[in-house]
Ligand binder design. Structure first.
Ligand code: MN
Length: 239
């Protein structure tokens, strides 16, 4: 059993936000090197359009991930921004790609790891979009297009999504409580641990169950740590 496990999500790395990149590089060099494992629960990148994108502007942070992977087990669950991150990139940095939900036994508790978007079932338009873009046929068709064309399509999808989000209520974009309950029951877990909503919190649920929510990085770290014999702890250092 590992001594310490760290969880992060929602860095939304973007060459236009160099501060976040710098803070993540620091986190990887300092905090993550003493951990046994680092789980990245999606939306590491603001956009990922295929592993053939050299992503030169993010070379430093990609190199830092690869260095961490030399001594810390690195694992990744895709988010709604970087679901096209594939095996080639994972191999390049030495990161394990996980299927969602990944279930961990931490001490006495069974913990399900998710990005979190699957829990936002009130957002019907988004769930329909998700089904489309997670379809392997859609993905191989998209990835077969030239990178420049993929960039154009992604920019259009992002602006459509920004328009749609401007008209959605806060409730619609948060998790649905019935979906939370359904996941806890179906997976037979005590804890759900996820990001996506950018609402970092520790929620006590009925029957002693819990929901831990990671925050986004703006620009400092939001992370959850777990140590053998101790509880999960949410750290909010986002300033
Ligand atoms: Mn997300």
């Amino acid at each position: 059993m590992a001594d310490e496990i760290l969880f992060i999500s929602d860095c939304h790395l973007d060459p236009r936000r160099p501060q976040v990149t710098r803070r993540l590089v620091e986190f990887l060099r300092e905090r993550a090197t003493t951990a046994d494992a680092l789980y990245i629960l999606g939306d590491l990148f603001e956009a990922w359009l295929g592993d053939d994108d050299p992503a030169d502007e993010l070379a430093d942070v990609i190199a830092a991930l690869a260095r961490v992977a030399e001594h810390t087990e690195l694992a990744f669950i895709a988010g709604n921004r970087d679901f096209l991150l594939g095996r080639a990139f994972a191999e390049r940095v030495g990161m394990r790609l996980l299927h969602e939900p990944e279930i961990l036994e931490l001490g006495q508790r069974r913990v399900a790891l998710l990005h979190g978007d699957l829990l936002c079932t009130d957002d019907h338009d988004y769930q329909a979009f998700r089904r489309q873009v997670r379809d392997p046929a859609w993905q191989s068709e998209f990835l077969a297009r030239p990178l420049a064309e993929r960039r154009q399509i992604a920019a259009r999808l992002r602006s459509d999504s920004a328009d749609a989000m401007a008209h959605k209520s806060e409730e619609i974009m948060d998790v649905n409580q019935a979906a939370v309950q359904e996941y806890l029951d179906r997976l037979q877990v005590d804890v759900l641990l996820h990001g996506h909503t950018h609402r970092p919190a520790v929620h006590d649920l009925p029957d002693g169950r819990m929901r831990y929510v990671l925050g986004d990085w703006q620009p400092g770290p939001s992370f959850i740590s777990w140590r053998a014999g101790r509880d999960l702890v949410l750290h909010d250092e986002r300033v």
